[in-house]
Design a protein around this ligand. Structure first.
Ligand code: HEC
Length: 138
């Protein structure tokens, strides 16, 4: 990241009143945005989360997976990150796509070969929405 880029992220962090935690996210990832996360969760083609999950503050979702309402009470952000990145690590038979892995996938269409479904940034954005501190729906 350029010095200018860093300065901009830092300015954002300060103006948003967020602490070091946000600024410490990995290099590829800048500031997580719950708004972008919400949009991604709702995306039916790319993420597909709401096809299988009920999510707080979003219109009725699917029931193939457990409801994600109240997730923050039963899971840490790290656990959720691992699960979304590659749910097969917890359950090899899972129907949930491995969003941050390109390993062991079958019949991937050519344009998508070698690409993960989500970017690291997208995953952080989703987490920031799922783990919004107050349960208020934005
Ligand atoms: C095809 C259905 C499907 C899709 C699409 C899907 N999931 Fe899942 N998800 C599941 C199932 C089923 C489980 C239950 C555990 C398992 O099978 O691995 C689960 C578990 C989870 C858990 C753990 C829940 C808990 O109670 O601890 C999280 C978090 C999660 N999913 C988030 C997501 C997010 C975020 C997306 C979109 C990026 C997504 N899932 C897309 C089916 C899906």
């Amino acid at each position: 990241m350029t010095v200018l880029g860093l300065a901009r992220v830092w300015a954002l962090v300060c103006s948003a009143g967020w602490g070091w935690a946000a600024a410490q996210a990995s290099e590829a990832v800048s500031l997580a945005s719950p708004d972008r996360g919400k949009a991604l969760l709702l995306q039916r083609q790319d993420s597909g989360c709401v096809l299988c999950h009920q999510v707080q503050g979003l219109p009725a979702g699917g029931a193939l997976g457990p409801s994600l309402v109240g997730l923050a009470e039963r899971s840490t952000k790290d656990q959720a990150r691992e699960r979304i990145a590659d749910a097969r690590r917890f359950n090899p038979q899972t129907i949930m796509p491995a969003y941050l892995s390109t390993e062991g996938l079958n019949k991937v269409a050519n344009p998508y070969k070698g690409q993960t479904i989500l970017t690291a940034q997208g995953l952080e954005d989703i987490l920031s929405y799922l783990f919004l501190p107050n349960k208020a729906t934005p």
